[in-house]
Design a protein around this ligand. Structure first.
Ligand SMILES: [Zn+2]
Ligand SMILES: [Zn+2]
Length: 450
């Protein structure tokens, strides 16, 4: 399945916003290399206003396609305006007009409701429509549901006019709202904040799906970090899951350079660094450092090493050791408090999977001797949403499960195997539920949080 992302602009929107909106949509799609070919971005050709002659042509064309069509049915959708033109009742302009309040401001909730025709079921083939208006709103910059975002460039401009950040800010609004459309922060996942007025958001302060992501402070923090991907790994995983399992988007096999080789490290690991540019270390750090903090474990990194070299010391004295010689090669090992080799903490395997998902890679089982190690990596890959693509993984059968000594890992593998078997007979669950969220202007958020 392929999906269109249509950009639809209200009358009077300045060309710079049209350009930025399109660039933001491209930027969003680029984050998903495996689905990139299944998501096409187009500017909508649908107009708001038509002449009588144009309507006659539309009727003529429709009749040639289907002679049973009643021309009156088509005419009904065009409303005569005082200036003699006809407004199409399903155009961005018509929807906005129905949502405007006495002060001429757009009510984003009403607009989205008009555009979505209420709470109807959305078909998989339907495009996602990003609608942008230059008008100001009663509250907020944007709102979205499965049909797509409604964005007020006017609200953004009124706050950012002339600022060098205007472009980045506007693009982030679009990308955030697309995040909602692609189900980034659904209720069933971890790490979310559910707000009565603002909807469901990410609990990660550095993530663009954070509840208060539009606050100046958060915007500046993101700007300073200059991350390639503004979303956290939880949000990325949810969106990938949605693209694959709800939209059924065709998924392209990732290329060779997007394979992450995971190896079992040994005691005196001396690997030749393959990359001279140490910038790859940042992406590893961004995964392991916060993960260690979450576990209340001590994170230590050898900054001087040319490879990424980190140790995570747990309160029980055991230490996980991570060595990555580049963006696509990592080794993992661990020692207990007495310095004896042991299996790394299960969370480290999950970290590696989170890293691979962020990079859009598949995981290859590299140089791994122990079944216990393989079992943990396999488990982390299968637990991921969507499940991680694997190369060279052991088959999850009874013999493999029986060979595992660790009872907890063994139990989890058994559960995973049972789940896989029962899922084969069940149809996939589809979600037609609409989600919406209002992203309030920063001023309002400031007032509420004080
Ligand atoms: Zn997030
Ligand atoms: Zn939001």
């Amino acid at each position: 399945m392929k999906k269109k992302i249509l950009l639809e602009f209200d009358l009077g929107l300045s060309p710079k916003y049209k350009k930025w909106a399109k660039e933001a949509a491209v930027q969003f799609v680029e984050l998903f290399p495996e689905f990139k070919d299944s998501l096409s971005i187009q500017i909508s050709k649908n107009k708001s206003f038509y002449t009588k002659e144009e309507i006659e042509k539309i009727i003529e064309k429709s009749l040639s396609n289907n002679p049973n069509i009643d021309p009156q049915e088509i005419k009904k959708h065009f409303i005569l305006q005082p200036d003699g033109t006809y407004l199409h009742d399903d155009s961005v302009h018509a929807h906005i007009l129905k949502s405007i309040d006495a002060n001429g401001l757009v009510d984003l909730r009403k607009w989205l409701n008009e555009k979505s025709h209420g709470n109807r079921v959305v078909e998989k083939r339907e495009p996602i429509v990003i609608s942008v208006t230059p008008r100001l709103t009663t509250m907020g910059y944007g709102i979205s549901n499965v049909v797509g975002p409604c964005i007020s460039a006017g609200a953004c401009e009124s706050l950012m006019r002339g600022s060098e950040d205007e472009e980045a800010y506007f693009k982030e609004i679009i990308i955030h709202e697309l995040g909602h459309t692609f189900n980034a922060t659904h209720l069933e996942r971890d790490n979310i904040l559910d707000d009565k007025n603002l909807g469901t958001h990410c609990a990660d302060q550095d993530c663009l799906m954070y509840l208060h992501a539009y606050l100046t402070e958060r915007f500046n923090a993101r700007k300073a970090q200059r991350k390639k991907n503004p979303f956290c790994s939880d949000c990325m995983a949810s969106m990938r899951d949605y693209m694959q399992n709800v939209f059924d988007l065709d998924r392209k096999n990732v290329q060779e350079n997007q394979v992450l080789h995971v190896n079992q490290g040994n005691d005196n690991q001396n690997s030749d660094p393959v990359v001279n540019d140490p910038s790859f270390k940042k992406a590893w750090r961004e995964i392991f450092q916060p993960s260690a903090e979450k576990q209340k474990a001590e994170y230590k990194e050898d900054i001087k090493a040319s490879e990424y070299r980190a140790e995570i010391k747990h309160t029980n004295g055991s230490v996980d050791k991570i060595v990555a010689t580049g963006a696509n090669n990592v080794s993992l090992s661990a020692k207990d408090k007495d310095g004896n080799a042991k299996m790394p903490n299960m969370q480290r395997f999950r970290d590696i999977v989170a890293y691979a998902q962020k990079q859009g890679s598949v995981i290859e089982f590299g140089d791994i001797k122990s079944a216990e190690f393989k079992a943990r990596l396999l488990l982390a890959c299968m637990e991921a949403k969507p499940a991680m693509q694997m190369v060279g993984a052991p088959e999850l059968n009874d013999a493999f499960i029986q060979s595992i000594q660790d009872e907890k890992i063994k139990g989890l593998l058994q559960i995973m195997k049972n789940k896989n078997e029962s899922q084969k007979d069940k149809p996939q669950t589809k979600s037609n539920q609409t989600r919406s969220s209002i992203s309030m202007p920063r001023k309002d958020i400031g007032r509420n949080s004080r």
